[in-house]
Design a protein. Sequence first.
Length: 95
Amino acid sequence: MATSRNLRRVRKRDGNDESFDIMKLADTVSAALAGVGANFKLALQFSETVQVRLAEKDEVVTTIELAATCCDVLGEYEQVDAAEAYLQYRVEEVQ
């Protein structure tokens, strides 16, 4: 019987690990969706898809992997403007 893996930790840019918080990701995705007039109510579903995909890779992911996967998922669901808004937020957050 296969066991499911869970994304548990995110490695931040400063090298510290913190617990993965799906609601934190959903809030950011929701803001990106709302910012471009898209259905922000889908944010949790998109975030769950991101979590599942990253859990297949490892229990610890970097914020860069998290952001890239999030943009990939948004793009796959034809939310390209939201993906660009999400990336813009990430760029601003770094500055």
